[in-house]
Design a protein around this ligand. Structure first.
Ligand SMILES: NC(=O)c1ccc[n+]([C@@H]2O[C@H](COP(=O)([O-])OP(=O)(O)OC[C@H]3O[C@@H](n4cnc5c(N)ncnc54)[C@H](OP(=O)(O)O)[C@@H]3O)[C@@H](O)[C@H]2O)c1
Length: 274
């Protein structure tokens, strides 16, 4: 009985968001987890990132485990020619779900960063989501069905030193998704921003100072992705995990902004300053 229910749920999901999902930034961490959960729900997946090898390994795993189609495309999401490249990569695949997961994130004092790196952060984290949501959203709107998941962050709640540009791009993603939730919702396309807290991924672990195991509570990719997919079609944004929801409510709504920034500053400095 429950397996009948599961397969009905799976076909509802495919009818709403299938037959293909494009996951941008799928080679590891949260993006790979999105690909796994979407394949388990019966979607074919187009996996996009810069490194071909981990994409191929994941595509092979998903084809065998879920009997879906999986393709890969090597694309730098910061590329100036992204709209043309994306159009070529997608071809005539019917993409019913976009997950824009990739991010570029630099940690360190703003003035010590190379300007090129800061601008790349804006390209990958802001320009990329606009390009992909626009190109794929147009086709979804014509079909009057589809979904878009944009990865934001708890860092979007207020500014923070040492990650000022990254945090600002994540605020952009949150506000973009909320606006599109209302606008595209009217033409049958569901949009959600996922404001993840610190999550155990290879990128997160690489960002920690050497010898540090990271401070505070770390989430796991599985529950974060499940929460994002459950919120799709229900809410404009989601904060996975009750500790993060409490922190987001406290920092974002209860405290004066100045105090919220100071608390976040203490946290980022204790995490990243030696
Ligand atoms: N992990 C956390 O603690 C945390 C917390 C809050 C929010 N988030 C958000 O969750 C998302 C995923 O985070 P993550 O920790 O899994 O790792 P991430 O470093 O943000 O993203 C990793 C994925 O993005 C791809 N990628 C990065 N730059 C790219 C580019 N220029 N072109 C194409 N692909 C690119 C990487 O593949 P290649 O290297 O192969 O290109 C990899 O597949 C991000 O949007 C992040 O802001 C993460």
């Amino acid at each position: 009985m429950s397996s009948d229910k599961d397969s009905a749920k799976r076909s509802d999901f495919v009818a709403r968001y299938g037959p293909w999902a494009l996951v941008a930034g799928a080679s590891e961490g949260l993006g790979a987890e999105f690909a796994r959960q979407l394949a388990a729900r019966g979607l074919n997946v187009l996996l996009v990132a810069r490194r071909a090898q981990p994409l191929e390994v994941l595509a092979t795993e998903l084809r065998h485990q879920h009997r879906i189609e999986a393709r890969t495309a090597v694309v730098d999401l910061a590329d100036r020619e992204l709209p043309t490249q994306l159009t070529a990569v997608v071809g005539d695949l019917e993409i019913g779900l976009l997950v824009y997961n990739a991010a570029h994130s630099l940690v360190g004092p703003f003035l010590d960063q190379e300007l090129g790196g800061l601008l790349r952060t804006i390209d990958v984290n802001c320009r990329g989501p606009v390009v992909l949501s626009h190109l794929l959203g147009q086709k979804m709107a014509q079909r009057r069905r589809g979904g878009i998941v944009l990865m934001s962050s708890m860092a979007a709640t207020q500014g923070a030193p040492l990650v000022a540009t990254y945090a600002a791009t994540k605020a952009f993603d949150l506000i973009l998704a909320e606006g599109l939730w209302e606008e595209l919702g009217r033409v049958g396309v569901d949009v959600v921003a996922c404001r993840a807290g610190a999550t155990r991924t290879p990128a997160y672990e690489r960002s920690q100072p050497q010898g540090s195991a990271g401070k505070g509570i770390l989430g796991e990719p599985g529950p974060v992705v499940t929460a994002a997919l459950q919120a799709l079609g229900r809410h404009p944004s989601v904060v996975p995990g009750w500790v993060n929801r409490f922190a987001a409510g406290f920092l974002g709504r209860l405290l004066p902004r100045r105090t919220a920034v100071q608390i976040m500053a203490k946290a980022t400095r204790s995490m990243y300053e030696r």
